[in-house]
Write a protein that binds this ligand. Structure first.
Ligand code: GLY
Length: 364
């Protein structure tokens, strides 16, 4: 088991990462959280596989808990889902001393985190990510929210959880698509962490895919330790935390344009390819660097339709991205492995030219 600490001005909490069984997970919850009742928000598929055991352990160790399952599709990340959860919390008389336990991927974590941050002006919450994507990214750092007017996470809050428990035991039930999506976010850390980790990911790509225990554990360690440290330094994304958005301005636009037919992680990997082209167009990296930096995301298979976008429409979707201030398009761009530039202003011509080159790259 590895333990990491997030220390922000709003909250200090621990991330436990290991291959915990359900009994151990519930034990960690009860050891660390003093709540009078637990409201467990659980992904429908996770509930199908592990629900009976989780429910049994919660009831045994905490007295009775209330379970609410949800389908984790991106279109479910809406205010109407949030209203249903508020409704259930209120109907079941959950009060200020309640704790929300969020078991699932990024959708459950983002939606549940938002509810926890607003119900009764904030109740305790624990993230138990069951996907690789949520384990390395969304469960840590307190970003919560939902999609609005076709813009991803337009409404949301920063609300740090009280505890995060990551268990690799859940990963064995992930579909190849979900594993692929997690790898997209892992790839991002190759650029953020630096050359050693980038090269490790390049040479161990297939072992990550096949969930080789030793490789996955090392990869989780690198990603979680990077993320906990960045969030501790910059909780509300005033500066350095922006590096975690590398590839995401493109990614969110791809997801919205293709109505979430492309997974988040795959969109991030595609977004990194596009961002690297943009870095090259702006003269930040050389052609040799570009060729070498494209190798890792290029190991992914991208859907054929990814090259079909209309650039004007895609760019309009980027305009709505929260990272863009006063009508200017700002990007996180790569200078070198382990060296990112934040708030790089890009004009429409540079962007169009990068998008055209991205289309050519994706179509071969
Ligand atoms: N997913 C990016 C962040 O947590 O800041």
């Amino acid at each position: 088991m590895k333990t990491y600490h997030v220390r922000t001005s709003s909250k200090k909490y621990t991330v436990h990462s290991g291959s915990f069984g359900i009994k151990e997970i519930v034990h960690l919850v009860t050891q660390n959280l003093k709540c009078d009742r637990f409201f467990v928000l659980i992904d429908k598929n996770v509930n199908k596989i592990y629900g009976t055991e989780i429910q049994k352990e919660f009831n045994r160790q905490t007295g009775e808990s209330y379970f609410f399952q949800m389908t984790s599709l991106e279109k479910q990340k809406s205010y109407s889902t949030i209203q249903k959860i508020y409704d259930e919390l209120a109907k079941q008389n959950f009060g200020r001393d309640a704790g929300m336990i969020l078991i699932g991927g990024g959708v459950v974590g983002d939606i549940g985190g938002f509810v926890a941050s607003t119900y009764m002006r904030g109740i305790k919450c624990v993230h138990i990510p069951t996907t690789i994507l949520a384990a390395v990214d969304s469960s840590i750092g307190g970003k919560t929210g939902y999609n609005f007017r076709n813009t991803k996470n337009l409404i949301g809050s920063f609300y740090q959880p009280d505890l995060v428990i990551t268990s690799t035991e859940f990963f064995s039930s992930l579909s190849p698509k979900e594993i692929d999506s997690g790898i997209g976010e892992i790839i991002k850390y190759g650029y953020l962490s630096g050359k050693k980790f980038y090269e490790y990911l390049l040479s161990n790509y297939n072992s990550i895919h096949s969930l080789d225990k030793r490789v996955i554990e090392y990869v989780l360690q690198e990603c979680i330790s990077f993320k906990t440290s960045v969030v501790s330094d910059d909780e509300r994304e005033g500066g350095i935390r922006k590096v975690l958005n590398f590839g995401h301005t493109f990614a969110h636009a791809f997801e919205s344009y293709y109505q979430y037919k492309i997974s988040h992680g795959k969109a991030v990997a595609a977004g990194i390819l596009a961002a690297n082209i943009l870095s090259h167009k702006k003269g930040i990296i050389t052609t040799n660097q570009l060729n070498s930096f494209q190798k890792l995301p290029a190991m992914m298979k991208f859907p054929k339709f990814l090259q079909e976008f209309d650039s004007t429409d895609l760019t309009r979707r980027m305009d709505l991205d929260k990272k863009n201030k006063s009508g200017k398009l700002n990007f996180v761009l790569l200078k070198d492995l382990g060296e990112l530039l934040i708030d790089v202003n890009v004009n429409k011509n540079e962007l169009n030219s990068a998008l055209n080159e991205f289309k050519r790259l994706i179509s071969v």
